[in-house]
Design a protein around this ligand. Structure first.
Ligand code: NAP
Length: 317
């Protein structure tokens, strides 16, 4: 059996736990979410993924504070990621300070640029209108992210939803290299090009929507219902979700499944004591590829920096 390390080393010197607890949900049920975080801590999760736009920072903050107070966890034992929303790009330090206040934390473990777009203050719609876009200057945003590290507000910084090209551009001027690239990844969107690029640049990849965002308004059931993955799961006496997460871990990334259901939270963590075979990997490597989180809503022919879907993902779609 291939032994999977529970943490990965980041280029910032910090370590990232390989299984993260996702907190994007719509509609958001804050009471349910707080209970889910408490369950996750008991099960062994140490990594919690939130974002300013999810609206889950305050509830995650409350759940973690309660756990710290009750001695269930210590701040140093958990890894908290949050993401800067695109309408806050003018001032990353202030945006991060607001997230820290929401989370009742003194520092983050990882702060990410959530999307490579720039929106007017106050805009919070997933499909911004033409008048909501502002010109995008990733270099100046990154300077603010670097300042966040210099001020001790976050241990590591990174990007999300960036193509290899956008990461390459950023590396040409970055004083602090991104430690993490968080992207959609699962067997039906394997991200081989981006992962090779990140591996050469010593950037860790975190897989969001590792279950294909099963049952959500923006996701698809095609990953969880894939017949090849079902067969592999049956053969191992595991669930498809466990096969998906184990596959991600065996590819060397960290995985960020979201569940607020205590049985599924436990199920999703039971991926360390068994492994996939070479034959399984061979079958999975041949699955047809289709990106699920495409975000056509970020494209327009006038104000967005992206006129087409190809522009947004620099051809990685
Ligand atoms: N950076 C970004 O732009 C970005 C984008 C999307 C997501 N993310 C992050 O990644 C996390 C995970 O992605 P995601 O929430 O989109 O999708 P996901 O984790 O792929 O799927 C979540 C869905 O699967 C269900 N589920 C979870 N475990 C299951 C299991 N064992 N069996 C059956 N169903 C199961 C959940 O429902 P229940 O809760 O009812 O179990 C939920 O409906 C997010 O929560 C967020 O933290 C980041």
């Amino acid at each position: 059996m291939e032994i999977i390390e529970r943490v990965s080393q980041l280029n910032s010197g910090m370590k990232i736990p390989r299984i993260g607890f996702g907190t994007a949900a719509s509609p958001q049920n804050i009471i349910q979410m707080k209970q889910a975080v408490a369950t996750a801590l008991k099960v062994g999760y140490k990594h919690f993924d939130t974002a300013s736009i999810y609206g889950t920072e305050p509830a995650l903050g409350e759940a973690l504070s309660e756990a710290f107070r009750n001695g269930i966890a210590k701040r140093d034992d958990v890894f908290v990621t949050s993401k800067m929303y695109a309408a806050d790009h003018d001032d990353p330090v202030s945006a991060l300070k607001t997230s820290l206040k929401n989370l009742q934390l003194e520092y983050l473990d990882l702060y990410l640029i959530h999307w490579p777009i720039n929106l007017r203050k106050g805009v919070s719609h997933p499909s911004p209108k033409e008048e909501d876009f502002l010109p995008l200057d990733i270099e100046s945003i990154w300077r603010g992210m670097e300042q966040c590290v210099e001020l001790g507000l976050t241990k590591s910084i990174g990007v999300s939803n960036f193509s290899s090209k956008k990461i390459g551009d950023l590396l040409s001027y970055a004083k602090i290299s991104p430690a993490v690239s968080q992207v959609e990844m699962h067997p039906l969107w394997q991200q081989k090009k981006l992962r090779d690029y990140c591996s050469n640049a010593n950037i860790h990849v975190s897989a969001y929507s590792p279950l294909g965002a099963f049952g959500t308004y923006y996701g698809s059931n095609s990953v969880m219902e894939n017949s090849v993955l079902r067969e592999i799961a049956e053969k191992h006496g595991r669930t498809v979700a466990q096969v998906l997460l184990r596959w991600g871990l065996e590819q060397g990334v960290s995985v960020l499944p979201k569940s607020y259901n205590s049985c599924r939270i436990t199920e999703n963590y039971q991926v360390f004591e068994w492994s996939l075979t070479e034959e399984d990997h061979e079958k999975i490597s041949k699955l047809p590829q289709k990106k699920i989180v495409r975000r056509e809503g970020l494209i327009n022919s006038t104000t967005s920096p992206y006129k087409t879907i190809q522009d947004l993902w620099d051809g990685e779609i």
